[in-house]
Structures are given as structure tokens and as C-alpha cells.
Design a protein around this ligand. Structure first.
Ligand SMILES: [Zn+2]
Ligand SMILES: [Zn+2]
Ligand SMILES: [Zn+2]
Length: 81
């Protein structure tokens, strides 16, 4: 299964990754994966992999804070009390 290589920001307090962009596709080089350049055109097998595997995350920058989603969740929780 091919993987997407993504660059983004790491929010070190919650450990979440904020993707900026996909910089590359890591090809798995198999003919049984529709994302691979080796996959034969016109292949109709239903067994071929269609989706990307786990995204590879490359941190280009790190922020010592919680991500926006976590902050919003914390605010919601605080207001609910
Ligand atoms: Zn693949
Ligand atoms: Zn196929
Ligand atoms: Zn977070």
C-alpha cells in the first residue's frame, strides 16, 4: 500500500500533527495496488488496494502548545462546567 508523505506542524502538548501539504507519494511498487505506478491499467481486480496506507508525517516545525482542535475542545469543556 502506498503512503503519502506529509509535512506539517507538530503540536507538542497534545502530540497532534497539522498537515500543511502532501509533498510526496511513497510508492509500494506492487502491481496489486491501484496507487502504484506498477499497477496495470485497466485492471479490474477487486482485490487491489485502493487507499493510501498510514500517512508518513514529517515535522517541519513544532509548537509548544495544544492544537486548535484541542483548544476548542478544552474551551467547550470549560464552558460546560
Ligand atoms: Zn501502493
Ligand atoms: Zn488492480
Ligand atoms: Zn491536539
Amino acid at each position: 500500500m502506498c503512503q503519502q508523505l506529509a509535512e506539517g506542524t507538530r503540536w507538542t502538548r497534545c502530540g497532534h500533527f497539522q498537515r500543511h501539504l502532501v509533498v510526496a507519494i511513497v510508492d509500494c511498487n506492487t502491481t496489486r495496488c491501484e496507487r502504484s505506478v506498477y499497477h496495470p491499467r485497466g485492471c479490474r481486480a477487486t482485490t487491489c488496494a485502493r487507499n493510501f496506507g498510514t500517512e508518513i508525517q514529517r515535522d517541519v516545525d513544532a509548537v509548544d502548545d495544544y492544537c486548535w482542535a484541542c483548544k476548542a475542545a478544552q474551551e467547550r469543556a470549560a464552558r460546560g462546567r
